[in-house]
Design a protein around this ligand. Structure first.
Ligand SMILES: [Zn+2]
Length: 200
């Protein structure tokens, strides 16, 4: 299983930041994504960064990279997790929204299975934090037709790891404990997903 970790935005996406400028989403996502890839690799899994560059790589190009691997390896042998930090506004002021969530495209897809494992791992690793789960369709993930989910052939999901424009959430995200929890939930969720496929 080729595990691709996407880190969303690039250096140029200036608006994606905490109001005090301590957390820049492009940079934070990259730190978390690199740590997730390193941890998965040390578990013997085949993980890599979808965007090793610091600059903004277009969604079109990111999807092209994913789909090229899907063609080479078979789409069932590839999965994608795109790591983000949520915001209620545009980096202009503080808000109160908090919580963790995971998105898949609408309907039952391979991404739902992966999302399920990520939601379970989030519950374990973010005890006491708000979970923005949506059970209206029977599972915990949220559904949204994000470009990177819609235009990739493999199992894919997108995580929004707290809110950079909520003071409390931002402090947690920047703490050593917060970073370790966000990394760990991705590692545990992805590992459980890969293990579940190996049992089939
Ligand atoms: Zn984002």
């Amino acid at each position: 299983m080729k595990i691709l970790i996407d880190n969303g935005h690039g250096r140029e996406t200036a608006g994606k930041r905490s109001p005090d400028g301590r957390l820049l989403e492009w940079s934070y996502n990259r730190e978390i994504a690199s740590r997730v890839v390193d941890a998965l690799t040390s578990l013997g899994l085949d993980a890599e960064l979808l965007v090793p560059e610091d600059e903004d790589i277009s969604l079109y190009e990111r999807c092209r990279r994913v789909n090229r691997l899907c063609l080479q390896l078979g789409k069932r042998n590839v999965c994608l997790v795109s790591i983000h930090v949520n915001a209620a506004g545009h980096g202009d002021k503080w808000y109160n929204a908090e919580g963790w969530c995971c998105y898949t495209t609408p309907g039952q897809t391979a991404g739902d299975v992966l999302a399920n494992f990520l939601c379970q791992a989030a519950l374990q690793n973010l005890a006491g934090h708000r979970m923005r789960f949506d059970y209206t369709d029977g599972d915990a993930d949220q559904e949204e037709a994000f470009y990177i989910l819609r235009h990739t052939a493999c199992a894919s999901c997108l995580t929004e790891n707290g809110f950079m424009d909520c003071h409390r959430s931002c402090d947690f995200l920047l703490s050593d404990e917060g970073k370790a929890a966000i990394v760990q939930l991705h590692v545990e969720g992805i590992k459980a997903y890969v293990d579940s496929l190996n049992q089939d």
